[in-house]
Design a protein around this ligand. Structure first.
Ligand code: CA
Length: 228
């Protein structure tokens, strides 16, 4: 999953980035409220970790702004020590959870996993559609009808995860480029095609009836044709 960290304390941010990357999260970092808000408004991030006291714009204002614009991604707010009002205000402003500084690494990871599970649609921590299940922890793609599994590469995993989280939606090449590589330009568009074809090969390798269908001029969509 892709995490946006909005935190102005550099050492804190660097420590968090290292921990999160070890745990297989993709992390981008903004050190002030204005940049942070702009980045958060991109539909690229699955979870936002948001400090309250920031230069430019406060975490409360950012959370409120995102919710007002209809953005629904989970927000974990980092509040100052013991300031109960911060917690209340954080939740009122639209954050889903808060963590009081200083906090233990394992506490942060537990909260993130809990927020991540709201996105994951299965109690065993996998994303499912049709006859496939993608294990979020191990990147294993499993086909229920054949019983076959295959490990996805990092990019294949991101692609599959993005499709599974957005089931029933058509995703454009631009959205995929932005989501998987973090920015969009012509070079990334070509990569999208290449990695889509790798991902399709994995789907057919496990014998799944799920396909990534290209819709001319529109984008791509997951389709499932159950075999009878
Ligand atoms: Ca701060």
């Amino acid at each position: 999953m892709r995490v946006l960290l909005i935190e102005d304390e550099k050492r804190m941010a660097q420590a968090l980035i290292e921990i999160l990357r070890q745990e297989n999260y993709e992390v981008d970092w903004c050190a002030d409220g204005i940049d942070g808000e702009l980045a958060a408004e991109n539909d690229v991030y699955d979870i936002i970790i948001l400090d309250v006291m920031l230069p430019g714009r406060s975490g409360f204002d950012i959370a409120r702004g995102l919710r007002r614009k209809g953005k629904k991604m989970p927000i974990l707010m980092l509040t100052a020590r013991g300031e109960i009002d911060d917690k209340v205000m954080g939740l009122d402003s639209g954050a889903d959870d808060y963590l009081t500084k200083p906090f233990m690494t394992k506490e942060l990871l537990a909260r993130l996993r809990a927020l991540g599970r709201r996105i994951v649609n299965n109690s065993d921590g996998s994303l499912t559609y049709g006859d496939i299940a993608l294990d979020v922890g191990t990147s294993l793609l499993r086909c229920d009808s054949s019983g076959q599994t295959v490990r996805l590469s990092e990019k294949e995993y991101r692609i599959m995860e993005y499709f599974l989280i957005n089931q029933g939606q058509i995703l454009t090449r631009e959205q995929l480029a932005l989501k998987i590589w973090g920015y969009e330009d012509e070079a990334e568009y070509n990569k999208v095609e290449v990695y889509l074809s790798f991902t399709r090969k994995k789907l057919s390798f496990v014998g799944s009836a799920v396909e990534i269908k290209a819709l001319r001029g529109l984008g791509y969509e997951l389709r499932y044709k159950a075999r009878t």
